[in-house]
Design a protein around this ligand. Sequence first.
Ligand SMILES: Nc1nc2c(c(=O)[nH]1)N[C@H]1C(S)=C(S)[C@@H](COP(=O)(O)O)O[C@H]1N2
Ligand SMILES: [Mo]
Length: 368
Amino acid sequence: MEASPFQPGYPRPETRDGVFSREEVALANRNSGILLETLSLDVTPVGLHYLLNHFDVPLIDENDHRLLLDGAFDAPLTLSMQDIRALPQVTERVTLECAGNGREGVSPRSHLMPWMYEAVGTSEWMGTPLAPLLERARPREHVQDFVFTGADFGFDKGHAHSFARSLTPDQIADLEVMLVWGMNGQPLLPQHGAPLRIIVPGWYGMASVKWLTSITALTERFDGYQQKHGYHYRQRSDEAGTPITRILVKSLIKPPGVPDWVTRKRWLVAGPVTLEGRAWSGGGVPIESVEVFLDGVWQEADLTRPKSRYAWTHWQVEWAATPGVHHLICRATDAEGNTQPMQSRFDAAGFGNNSVHRVEVHVSDIPA
Ligand SMILES: Nc1nc2c(c(=O)[nH]1)N[C@H]1C(S)=C(S)[C@@H](COP(=O)(O)O)O[C@H]1N2
Ligand SMILES: [Mo]
């Protein structure tokens, strides 16, 4: 019998390094990345933030939308969007990154969304703190997990499920999780989870469930597909692995000069140029330093402290560009002493690749 994607045990297609399959291109057409030229901005404009949607985007009429707090709560709640908007309002600038960002650089590459560098963005997320709302619903003493379920439903490796993720009571106490309805002063767009999502600052994006329909308190551990199977660091795809949580330290260069349309190689006139980019780490840990490899030397960049500990840091460095081909590299270190590796580490699903960003630049004496 032919294998069916709707039956457990369905394998992912084999992937060859360097060659993108039709399925990877189709995923890439749906899940856009940030444009690296917008790295000069503190906040990514709406519509230019990266997207990662596993299934189809649910199109929800916010007037009909309800959020249920159900399961092991003594005071379960059903809230309309009007109820939710009446809660205390906060806005927090948070950098979000997909755990699969950098997958294309991991060898052998796993057959999933083929991100290169661009699955990252920063928004002013508008909403309300989640913890007080959970308290209001009075979780029972033996609650072990809060499950956040989205309205999107589909299959992965033959497993039918709604996209759902969980956080433990300790994680809720540690993390400043927000219930979010706005982005950069506007209502959430459908593709970013309208009308309601959560944002888990400092963690990779998979925890920030979109199109949120329910928060269920469980007195056992949650074993949903995206929690137990998806989003683990693994050396072999059949091992239990380690759950993915915090964002790892990383930095990007805003590519200088102008591109060739098709190859995206960069062209620059010789002379002084200000290089800039962004650096960030997870868990609210600040960036300690960014070094840029220029003409054979690591140069220390100047940093501008971000407004929020969950937002990325701007860096810049002056460079006297001389004619020739240059390979720029940037490398960040965070306040806990974590530094980006020079080479990609292997992960079976290509998660957590925080190796350095490299940009090739062609410098000439004369303007084109
Ligand atoms: N319901 C639901 N929530 C989801 C996802 C999803 O597919 N469905 N994708 C997750 C992943 S893997 C990431 S990286 C972020 C991306 O958020 P964005 O598309 O708003 O940038 O949403 C997360 N929340
Ligand atoms: Mo992601």
